[in-house]
Design a protein around this ligand. Sequence first.
Ligand SMILES: Cc1ncc(COP(=O)(O)O)c(C=O)c1O
Length: 385
Amino acid sequence: MIPYGRQDISQSDIDAVVNVLQSDFLTQGPQVPAFEALVTGYTGAKHALAVNSATSALHIACMALELSVGDWLWTTPITFVASANCGLYCGAQVDFVDIDPKTYNLSPEFLEKKLIVAKNENKLPKVLVVVHLCGQPCDMQRIHALSQEYGFKIIEDASHAIGGKYQEQTIGNCQYSDITVFSFHPVKIITTAEGGMVITNNDELASRMALYRSHGITRDPSAMTHEPDGPWYYQQIDLGFNYRMTELQAALGVSQMSRLDEFVARRHVLAARYNQLLQGLPITLPWQHPDSYSGLHLYVLRLDLQELTRSHREVFESLRAQGIGVNLHYIPVHTQPFYQRMGFKEGDFPESEQYYREAISIPMFQTMTELQQDQVVEAVRKALQ
Ligand SMILES: Cc1ncc(COP(=O)(O)O)c(C=O)c1O
């Protein structure tokens, strides 16, 4: 089976992890700060904090923005559930904004319309989580302008997007957001097995997220209520979690960072080749906004069902039967039973639901060979017949 995504692990990655295993620190050593420094250097942002997943990253990002009971978090339905669940962890309510039919990202037009209504009803969101789906950045300049007008905070869920650019600027620089989040799950662009990162230019948000990452505990005397009792002393000054990344993971992250640009460049070569080889079929290929240099985590096809005799499910099953590990990113979050119990229903977000009826993610990963890609293309042709 050719998977839809797969990690790229080199001998130097393996050596980096083995070195840590033979070192003094398996956790809370020098690798985590080294990884964080590489990410701040790469993105140009002021602070980066490594955590054990992007899900944890989203949680502490929402906490740092003081999202709480009585508040609203808005996000897109076309995302992994974690982008919405983080609001619920904080006791807030979640609502969605439908997608742009071309980019499949949260639509600024729908956002503006919904904000006008929410303002009249006194239900404006406190936090908006935008998701750079497949690695393609959202229309951040417009969304940021709306955040200034309506007074909400922005988290960029860039789980798919490390290594990409928006308007020539590196994703993660937080120019148009309060906090950016990356994921390092193995199907993503770089990996630390499990892992994530929060990035911000705001000192206050960074220090709060550092607390929440590790039990709400500080060792900084200036943050304590009194002078330390001695060199052993720490204080718990808030309620946090153990969301720390291990040294093994961070060492892998450090090693992977050195190949990030190469990984994304390779994905662009593969995407250009797909764009060429899949021409003329009854499918819509991924459209790229001119402002964007996508991380290309995913390559999503949309079936032109009117032109096909086969159903979406039949095409998907045919591809799987031919050994192609296709997937579907994503089932609209508001159609999940857990969210339907909150009152969401089919029909609430038509563009997202239409996308779900047509989308298929075909394999896209940097170690993919041209031969494998040819097999995928052949299988797609066959599945569509
Ligand atoms: C858009 C998005 N947000 C958040 C997550 C959660 O990432 P993690 O698995 O690192 O917790 C994912 C992972 O699939 C994702 O795709």
